[in-house]
Design a protein around this ligand. Sequence first.
Ligand SMILES: NC(=O)c1ccc[n+]([C@@H]2O[C@H](COP(=O)([O-])OP(=O)(O)OC[C@H]3O[C@@H](n4cnc5c(N)ncnc54)[C@H](O)[C@@H]3O)[C@@H](O)[C@H]2O)c1
Length: 269
Amino acid sequence: MILKGKKGIIFGALDTKSIAWKVAELAHKEGAEFILTNAPIALRMGTINELAAKTSSEVIPCDVSLDADMSNLIDKAIEKFGKLDFVLHSIGMSLNVRKKNPYTDLNYDFMHKTLDISSISFHRLMQNLYQKDAMNDWGSILGLTYIAAQRVFPDYNEMAEAKSLLESFARSFGYHFGKAKKVRVNTISQSPTMTTAGSGVGGFDAFYTYADKMSPLGNASAEACAEYCISMFSDYTRYVTMQNLFHDGGFSYTGISSDLMDAISNSEK
Ligand SMILES: NC(=O)c1ccc[n+]([C@@H]2O[C@H](COP(=O)([O-])OP(=O)(O)OC[C@H]3O[C@@H](n4cnc5c(N)ncnc54)[C@H](O)[C@@H]3O)[C@@H](O)[C@H]2O)c1
């Protein structure tokens, strides 16, 4: 029960495959209370009410690209819980990826929307929390990201820039939140994971298998990611802030693996 007595908000649980869904299940098991939120359309299409019942949580709609929705959500959270101890931003959406526009022929209206939903929303969230003084001392705010922010994965498209911006917001706001309110802000850079957002990326199966073969520990699952998130919400990680934390089975520091060497050698025979 390492989150006993802690209160929070979890963004982004769409269905049972969502990383946020696993985080919510585990947070509940570890004694936390939280609000679940997602965009109104996702609430209609997904199965969040099932999760809400299972975790005794309230669901409050919020399209994270709308200032009014975000402000309303944070007001309601304060009304319900007083101050918060943890917040998970588990949101990603690219209109250009959805429309299969190649990186060299992007629509900029779509790109604005992508950045607004996937990255600027993280700032919008933190600015609301900060200005409304909604976080307890030593609270923890987490965003989820992918290594395409540091290295080129061509099919990840404009989401690479979205994740770079997200990680930068974690560092910059982490400074201000730490200094003023002793709140930590981090991003977790997760292995490819079989979810709705993940499998929307072109060539995802190859992506997934490549990462799995490259990582000495194999790809980290959504459940393992949830465990890491819970540890980052707990009091055992109080001095970790402004970091991008790789949760990827060792992928980020591996140049080549014997599995891939063997696969390449075999294909050349
Ligand atoms: N799946 C992967 O391979 C992978 C790898 C690394 C990082 N991530 C990141 O993990 C996070 C969670 O994604 P997931 O893989 O669990 O997929 P998911 O599709 O289950 O979750 C994405 C969520 O974003 C929500 N969302 C989209 N637009 C929104 C809006 N306007 N307002 C509010 N919510 C909105 C969706 O409704 C959905 O719940 C994302 O940031 C994603 O980029 C995923």
